[in-house]
Design a binder for this molecule. Sequence first.
Ligand SMILES: [Zn+2]
Length: 114
Amino acid sequence: MHELGVVFHVMDTVKAAAQREQAKHINKVCLEIGEVSTVIPSLLQDCWKWAVAKDDMMTECELVIHGRKAMTHCNKCHKDYPTTVFEKICPYCGSDDTYLLTGDEFIIGDIEVV
Ligand SMILES: [Zn+2]
């Protein structure tokens, strides 16, 4: 995922929501991003600052990013383990028959409007 494209997608989504509420300005947007999603939070913040400065409805809008822990499930021994430590190989039985449970999500959470 490219950060600037992500930023424009988030801005379009929150502006559509704010317009439904007849809000004049968006002050704050919260995002939940999984540990193994392809979005890099620091780059996202840089793109965000640049993009909201050009948008009357979102000038100085704050972006709050919450990380979500990545967990993988093993199909062989049916245990869950933290993805960022062991990646695709199960630490309990050594199997690579595993799949990602959580951690690649990208969710738009609360927004604060005026
Ligand atoms: Zn296992």
